[in-house]
Design a protein around this ligand. Structure first.
Ligand code: GDD
Ligand code: GTP
Length: 413
């Protein structure tokens, strides 16, 4: 039997995702029409013998969480539970704290997945390669990054014949390797012995320290001892840190739907708007047939989209209204927001540099070193009203704002 744990973090995390994470925990933010972690759950559901999914984090269980959990339980016919840490225990501390729950039923091994990544999660392949290595304690998913960007991730050096990890450094200061840790692991229960060793050491040296991190405390200990292996993937993978990365993840998951859920992609038809490329439209949305949508557009539940509108590379969240002839490009329109007629809401794309092989998305700091707002996607928070005939460019609008006129390169508080 197998299990999966999704590390969802807590309200102190996800700050780069504001203002969208003010209303909803980031793991529940919809990408390609479904909460970020639902894509993890759907990948887990395809793994034979995987019986339980545990979400570990330090969010208070809000209504949104409870609704998500009960809906997911029903839909996926799999046990899904939330285990709440009393404080941020670190990526290994939470696992250790809930070790009895994780080990109940004697799973052969268990996945641990960071919530803030998107991928087509080659989990079954990871199980196969893990099983081939008798003494493996952990198989981690890895991918190639550019030399400069690798420094922002966990970096590992492998034995290219056996794929054993010989050396692991978390976010190194200088170049170590361009193979990075994707934040998806398959562990044998033996890992608890290693975490216990670190826990005991902390008790002696730093009794006030609750947190234990896989990346700093555990992986370096497992290297070079036939215990840690890498499963490299050539397929898509990205972090979801900033709101801009949600638009990129949206594109990747919409493209994946061609293989996994073709029924979720909007197709041309009578009464349908013009669809360009990959678009998801929630069945309850009301989209005028003269609108043009795509590529890379997600339209949420109960959204209204008027005649003559153009939407591209954007996410329109539940209940929003896009009025006649307005144009939305590279933007996220918040829940229940209204964009007036003949208005233009536009952001700057933040895609990985196409000229650098293996480039990843930059995590998107809000401000540059000289204190200027970096051009990025435009984000309208929840319940924002934009009047007709204005332009909102490269701006972030906090929730519940009624904009009086046009804005450019601003954070509207
Ligand atoms: N439950 C719980 N408790 N979850 C946590 C905690 C905690 O105390 N701290 C972090 N997490 C969760 C986050 O929600 C996220 O899903 C994941 O653990 C890792 O988050 P970070 O600690 O912010 O690390 P990172 O994203 O900068 O880097 C990690 O992921 C990269 C790949 O995306 C590292 O594992 C890197 O090595 C890796 O390359
Ligand atoms: P491509 O050459 O198709 O990649 O477009 P672009 O990137 O040069 O143009 P841009 O990103 O500005 O516009 C994207 C799409 O939105 C294009 O198909 C435009 O025709 C359409 N578009 C741009 N501005 C408006 C507008 O104000 N109103 C409407 N209805 N559509 C617009």
């Amino acid at each position: 039997m197998l299990k999966a744990i999704i590390l969802i973090g807590g309200p102190l995390k996800g700050t780069r995702f504001r203002p969208l994470s003010l209303d909803l925990p980031k793991p529940l933010f919809p990408v390609a029409g479904f909460p970020i972690i639902q894509h993890h759950i759907e990948a887990c559901q395809k793994v034979e013998g995987l019986k339980e999914i545990l979400l570990i984090g330090f969010y208070q269980p809000s209504d949104a969480f409870k609704t998500f959990l009960s809906r997911a339980q029903q839909e996926f016919h799999i046990s899904i539970r939330y285990l709440q840490e009393y404080t941020s225990l670190g990526t290994a501390g939470g696992l250790y704290h809930f070790r009895d729950v994780i080990q109940s039923g004697n799973p052969e091994c268990f996945f641990v997945m960071n919530a803030d990544v998107c991928s087509d999660f080659p989990l079954t392949e990871m199980v196969e390669s893990h099983r081939q290595r008798a003494h493996a304690c952990c198989t981690m998913m890895g991918t190639e990054a550019s030399r400069e960007q690798a420094l922002n991730y966990g970096c590992l050096v492998e034995n290219t014949d056996t794929h054993e990890v010989l050396h692991y450094v978390e976010k190194p200061g200088t170049f170590v390797s361009s193979i990075i840790n994707c934040g998806v692991y398959l562990f044998s229960p033996e890992v608890f012995k290693h975490i216990a060793t670190v826990f005991a050491r902390h008790q002696e040296d730093l009794p006030s320290k609750d947190s234990i991190r896989l990346e700093q405390d555990i992986f370096p200990m497992l290297t070079g001892d036939s215990k840690l292996y890498v499963h490299k993937t050539q397929n898509f993978w990205s972090q979801i840190k900033s709101a801009g990365s949600a638009i990129y993840a949206n594109r990747l998951y919409l493209a994946l739907y061609h293989k996994t859920h073709p029924d979720r992609l909007a197709a041309p038809g009578e009464g349908m708007p013009t669809i360009k490329g990959d678009v998801y439209i929630h069945p309850s949305a009301n989209v005028d047939s003269t609108a043009v949508l795509g590529p890379n557009v997600t339209v949420g539940a109960n959204v209204t989209i008027g005649p003559g509108t153009r939407i591209r590379e954007s996410i329109i969240l539940d209940g929003a209204s896009i009025q006649d002839h307005s144009c939305i490009l590279h933007s996220i329109v918040g829940w229940n927001s209204t964009v007036g007629a003949w208005t233009r809401v536009e952001g700057t794309p933040s895609d990985p540099n196409p000229n650098i092989p293996f480039a990843k998305l930059d995590s998107g700091e809000l401000f540059s070193e000289d204190g200027r707002l970096n051009p990025s996607i435009t984000i309208l928070g929840r319940n924002v009203t934009i009047p007709p005939e204005v332009i909102v460019l490269n701006s972030i609008v906090l929730p519940h704002k009624d904009l009086p006129h046009s804005y450019k390169n601003q954070i509207i508080l």
